[in-house]
Design a protein around this ligand. Structure first.
Ligand code: NAI
Ligand code: MG
Length: 365
């Protein structure tokens, strides 16, 4: 790859503060490694609405479609609470997901050794945890039709949501899970509710068939999603990759993520299908947290979720696996040194701001 094109969409609130720390890393990688990153900037969310009345402009959408990867900060805040529904800040993110067809949402739950004590679970349950939840992001009950609330006329209303999955959707999401498992500990656990849902029956059938046809070398297990939630809290280290649908994935990834500590630590990736010719896939990387209006502008936001999202970008969009490993190790090393932003601060540790945390990670990298 001659050049690597990144679109940066910092967004609102602490988004720009966290993104500033990733910019430092990009500059350092270009200087030290000749990484050849070319960056463009765009507006998304409330700031885009203020600038041109839309949560993302057509121009910035075109840049996103042309980029090798998009780095997204966070959007929203009380300033835009009264904005019409179609133009609200989140609409920018939804448009990106939809137009880029980002069907695979990857949420790692990694427990940094230095933070094992601050988990709500016992340290031995989470220490060394490294699992990856893969959630189907563009199908299922969040999008299925019919989706209605009807007045039944007798003082009752009826609400309907519809869970819909087609074979190709299950094939492609399970393909992502098996491929990624091969780069990790080679284990996939698929979760559905085949005991009570037809979509669960099909899900199980297609994952099993995909495994048999293309990925027999990967260890596959199946779990009912409710039991999966229980196992995640009981002994999460039994898992490597978990693959599940949009609804269960929404809940299970939140559970898994919080095993490891603060919102300010959690990265994510959303991937599209590989291009038939080049194999390149559209991708967007973003921290799990929002725009944190309560602390925006104070220079105290934790930039690690954004930086760890950039590590995922190196790994999944550019195949820069050694560099991604090094960046994740740099984060762990800085935590081992006792540096903490306010959200993860504990007794005896050094309270640092956003910029100092970013600088320390760049220096260790
Ligand atoms: P939030 O994630 O922004 O904040 C929740 C709490 O965690 C706050 O107390 C905040 O200060 C803290 N926090 C979050 N990230 C942090 C970080 N990096 N460092 C230190 N502390 C951090 O969620 P909230 O408050 O529910 O939503 C705020 C705004 O963000 C809303 O407008 C919401 O719609 C939007 N939002 C946007 C998302 C996105 O852009 N993908 C995701 C979630 C919320
Ligand atoms: Mg959620």
């Amino acid at each position: 790859m001659s050049s690597r094109k990144l679109l940066l969409l910092p967004g609102d609130g602490i988004g720009p503060e966290a993104m500033a720390e990733v910019r430092k890393l990009i500059a350092a990688m270009n200087d030290r490694l000749g990484a050849g990153f070319e960056t463009e900037e765009g507006l998304v969310g409330g700031c885009a609405y203020d600038a041109h009345g839309q949560a993302i402009s057509e121009d910035d959408m075109a840049k996103a479609m042309a980029a090798d990867a998009v780095l997204f900060g966070a959007v929203g805040g009380p300033k835009w609470d009264a904005v019409p529904y179609e133009m609200r800040p989140e609409a920018g993110l939804l448009r990106l997901r939809k137009d880029m067809e980002l069907f695979a949402n990857l949420r790692p739950a990694i427990c940094y050794p230095a933070l094992a004590q601050s988990s709500s679970l016992k340290p031995e349950v989470v220490e060394g945890l490294d699992i990856l939840i893969i959630r189907e992001l563009t199908g299922g009950v969040y999008f299925g039709e019919p989706k209605t609330i009807t007045d039944l006329g007798n003082g009752q209303k009826r609400a309907i949501d519809t869970q819909v999955y087609d074979t190709f959707e299950i094939e492609r999401i399970s393909g992502v899970a098996f491929e990624l498992a091969r780069t990790r500990r080679n284990k996939v656990c698929s979760m559905e509710k085949r005991n009570v849902m037809k979509s669960g029956v099909l899900w199980n059938e297609v994952v099993t068939a995909t495994h048999k046809a293309k990925y027999p070398d990967v260890e596959l297990s199946h779990m009912l999603a409710d039991a999966g939630g229980m196992q995640l809290v009981r002994w999460p280290k039994q898992f490597d990759v978990i693959v599940t649908d949009n609804l269960f994935g929404d809940m299970l990834s939140d559970v898994a993520a919080m095993l490891t500590g603060s919102l300010g630590m959690l990265p994510s990736a959303s991937l599209g299908a590989p291009d038939a010719k080049t194999g390149a896939r559209k991708a967007l990387y973003e921290p799990v947290h929002g725009s944190a209006p309560d602390i925006a502008g104070q220079g105290i936001a934790n930039p690690i979720a954004m930086i760890a999202s950039f590590a995922m970008c190196l790994r999944y969009s550019f195949g820069m696996v050694p560099e991604a490993d090094r960046l994740e190790k740099a984060i762990a090393a800085v935590l081992d040194d006792g540096l903490r932003t306010r959200d993860i601060l504990s007794d005896g540790m050094t309270d640092v701001g956003t910029g100092a945390m970013g600088d320390a990670i760049v220096e260790k990298f």
